[in-house]
Design a protein around this ligand. Structure first.
Ligand code: DC
Length: 203
């Protein structure tokens, strides 16, 4: 029997870490849906048409090592505005959500559009300043020229695009449980998320 946990929220709120920990705790499969938009964007940067890139996306595209850069993140947010790109990626995500062993999907529209019937829906958020600081610390370790102001501007630009688009904007589902990680350690946020799943599934 499938069991789906939908985890949505803005960039660097902690949803990736929480999703991996929830999946490991319950033995569920995990799909970071941001990666499919990033992989599509990487193909677009290489010159492909966005819709063709989404339609022809292969599992090995998700394993590329260059998907975590700031440029690919912005490009992903841009291709994610295109309704035909989103439509091309729906079936893959729904198949994943239906896995027998259970699944955790994290993204922006999982609880609202991809899996509105998910057994558990979480919306993980934090202030833009806290998220930018986390992302800055990750990025500056790889590239010393990154500045805090630039990362905060990028986070805000991506938030505006992801919440403002017409198709599947980032929004908490009405029945999602909100987890604000601004003042939480990651372990606390993971415990809170696991507790929400246990309420529905049992421990
Ligand atoms: O989660 P992420 O930062 O890797 O996502 C990159 C971009 O992909 C994000 O800014 C918007 C888009 N995205 C989306 O539109 N819908 C999703 N379910 C996941 C990501």
């Amino acid at each position: 029997m499938s069991f789906t946990v939908a985890i949505d929220g803005p960039a660097a709120a902690g949803k990736g870490t929480i999703s991996k920990a929830v999946a490991a705790h319950f033995g569920f499969a995990h799909l970071d849906t941001g990666l499919i938009y990033r992989a599509t964007a990487a193909r677009v940067i290489a010159g492909e048409d966005p819709v063709a890139a989404a339609q022809e996306l292969r599992p090995e595209d998700l394993a590329r090592e260059d998907l975590r850069t700031a440029d690919v993140a912005q490009a992903a947010s841009k291709v994610a505005v295109i309704p035909e790109v989103r439509a091309a990626l729906v079936a893959f995500q729904r198949r994943f959500a239906a896995r027998e062993e259970g699944a955790v999907l994290d993204g922006r529209d999982i609880g609202t559009v991809i899996c509105p019937e998910a057994e558990v829906k979480l919306f993980v958020t934090a202030s833009a300043e806290v998220r930018a600081e986390r992302r800055y610390l990750e990025l500056v370790a790889k590239d010393a020229s990154v500045t805090r102001d630039q990362v905060l501007a990028d986070v805000k630009a991506r938030d505006a695009r992801d919440t403002g688009r017409d198709t599947a904007p980032m929004v908490a589902a009405k029945d999602a449980v909100l987890i604000d990680t601004s003042e939480m350690q990651i372990a606390e946020a993971v415990t809170a998320a696991i507790a929400e799943v246990e309420k529905v599934r049992g421990s």
